[in-house]
Ligand binder design. Structure first.
Ligand code: AMP
Length: 573
């Protein structure tokens, strides 16, 4: 019965194993990525036991790419994209032009044809969208300079890939008849037409999205929101993301990723639809995990035994030459050292684009199977070491920068934070709509306080105002410890997520039994949760809003005491 349902089996086995191994990896303080990849290897065809459907896994991963790129588009405006073109276009071009010959060199050394070398080199030159986006999102860098540049770079690479995929089959004659100068001229002229058509299609796609999509998509959402059905609204978002991606791939030959990115970018113009859309994408993370599982499935561990030196050389090109070149480009374009290092980190891997290229190369008879296996091994190993790369550069970064622990960025855990010297102080967690007003009031009252916040831009603003800050997720023990809570007087947890707030309250209570903890909640369940986790006072946002509205409604009509009484009545209704 189960064997008749390969899609379900693939999703379930992939997610369950990824979860178990990811949690296990986390337990040993390694990136959960390692667990996801390993889960893939285990359900893959190269290890004994159960084998999931590789083709299905790859398609599921593609849905992950679509949703991720859609989500990224939501953070991006056309202006942002154009603002980074000065580095994204030359950066991607230089990297492709210089890394490809390195791959060709290795291919030549391995005795392959020039065509095989070209496909192999191109596969090593491009980076994986999923890996880049995951890192940027996790470290909350999407909105920063480094994030914008890295994403702009990805988009350029994406366009280059679309062109390469079209031109490869056309140029096959040239690539197979190596060295024949006369043959070179003919296919070159033959290549111009498909190149022109491809570029025209991409331009038509972008034009249509900007001129028509920009009106129609928000219009659809507006009307769906009017129906009052949340289910329909979420469905609309999903349909737009997947529909535009698929439709644009079918009609214009652009990649799924590019289509989804543009769909998201169009929605990003209205902040409201952007937020609404972002909320309705919880599926994204699950599919991104399946991407890593599908990479693991493709990996044949035997290649490490069969041809270790070729694997080492491939991996070195990916994890040493590529980031080194990105650093050189960053220096040449005078990017700040911190931004350069982040971008270098995002370059040090390969993924889905490379698989597509290698697959095409194989089907055209250009790339030997061994070449594809090397690309797969290179992807697996480079993705595996990518978190280490970021850990190392996070250590390096302060050397280039002012000596502030904050510059380390908000890593997942264990940031090298120095413990605050403040005593008898107030700690405010979150500096958004609620926390920023509170902080401002504390500042005006001349209180000693510090702010914990995980958005880098916000932290920078606060620091410019001279306010002591700690960057990071306040639910992490290291971040809380850095706030010197043991010596603090009051703690205000001004974040909207009740579960995180509960975690924070519990840890804070353990650190300081006499601390006054005031928390924010948005539902009765959250109030109860926070109460039981050590908060002294829980302020429920919606109740306060109701209070203000009641006040307004009954303003002159009722004495204050009656207004107060009106509130509990309303709540129990
Ligand atoms: P708002 O809902 O507008 O008051 O914004 C809440 C603020 O809290 C945002 O600036 C978030 O970046 C920040 N925030 C949310 N969760 C955490 C957390 N666990 N640690 C630190 N800051 C957080």
């Amino acid at each position: 019965m189960v064997h008749a349902a390969p899609l379900i089996t693939t999703i379930v086995s992939g997610l369950v194993l990824a979860f178990v191994l990811g949690a296990l990896a986390d337990r040993f303080r390694i990136s959960p990525l390692v667990g996801y990849l390993l889960a893939g290897v285990l359900v893959g065809p190269f290890t004994p036991g159960f084998v999931a459907d590789q083709g299905l896994a790859r398609q599921l991963a593609e849905i992950g790419v679509i949703l991720l790129m859609f989500g990224v588009g939501l953070h991006f405006s056309l202006k942002d994209l154009l603002a980074v073109r000065w580095i994204a276009i030359p950066g991607a071009a230089i990297q492709i032009l210089l890394i490809t010959p390195m791959g060709m060199g290795l291919a030549w050394f391995l005795g392959w044809s020039a065509g095989a070398g070209l496909v192999f080199g191109l596969s090593l030159a491009v980076a994986s969208t999923v890996v880049v986006l995951r890192v940027l999102e996790q470290k909350r860098l999407v909105d920063g300079d480094a994030g914008r540049i890295a994403i702009g770079w990805l988009i350029v690479e994406d366009v280059a890939m679309v062109i390469a995929l079209v031109l490869l089959p056309v140029s096959i004659g040239l690539l197979k008849t190596e060295g024949a100068a006369s043959a070179a001229l003919l296919p070159l002229s033959e290549m111009l037409l498909p190149l022109g058509i491809t570029l025209a299609k991409i331009a038509a796609f972008v034009g249509i999205m900007l001129l028509i999509g920009r009106r129609i998509i928000p219009w659809i959402l507006h009307h769906i929101a009017h129906t009052g059905s949340r289910e329909l609204f979420r469905l609309a978002i999903l349909a737009i993301a997947l529909g535009v991606a698929y439709g644009s791939a079918e009609l214009f030959g652009v990649s799924f990723a590019l289509g989804a990115f543009f769909a998201g970018m169009i929605l990003s113009e209205s902040e409201l639809s952007q937020q609404a859309a972002a909320e309705s994408l919880p599926l994204r993370d699950a599919f991104a995990v399946l991407f890593f599982v599908s990479v693991g499935m493709l990996f044949d561990p035997w290649i490490l035994v069969d041809d270790p030196w070729a694997v080492v050389a491939t991996v070195l090109i990916i994890v040493v030459a590529k980031p080194a070149m990105a650093v050189a480009i960053g220096v040449a374009f005078r990017l700040p050292a911190e931004v350069t290092l982040i971008i270098a980190g995002t370059r040090a891997q390969i993924g889905e684009f490379s698989f597509i290229l290698a697959g095409l190369g194989l089907s055209l008879g250009l790339l030997p199977e061994h070449g594809r296996d090397l690309v797969l091994a290179g992807a697996m190993l480079s993705i595996l070491v990518n978190p280490i790369f970021f850990a190392v550069t996070a250590r390096l970064r302060p050397r280039f920068e002012r000596p502030a622990a904050i510059e380390d960025g908000p890593p997942d855990r264990a940031p090298a934070l120095t413990v605050s010297a403040l005593e008898d102080h107030t700690v405010v967690i979150g500096s958004g709509r609620v926390g920023s007003l509170l902080g401002e009031a504390l500042r005006q009252a001349g209180r000693t306080f510090l702010v914990i916040e995980d958005r880098r831009e916000r932290i920078e603003q606060l620091r410019e105002e001279g306010i002591e800050t700690i960057i990071g997720n306040a639910a992490s023990p290291e971040v809380l410890a850095a706030a010197n809570l043991g010596k603090a007087r009051q703690l205000f947890i001004a974040i909207p997520n009740g579960f995180e707030a509960g975690q924070i309250a519990e840890q804070a209570r353990a650190l300081n039994p006499s601390l006054e903890i005031v928390a924010r909640a948005h539902s009765d369940a959250e109030v109860e949760h926070l109460d039981s986790h050590g908060a002294d006072l829980v302020i429920m946002g919606e109740r306060e809003i109701a209070r203000a509205m009641i006040e307004r409604a009954l303003d002159a009509a009722l004495p204050a005491a009656d207004r107060e009484r009106a509130l509990p009545r309303m709540e129990s209704a």
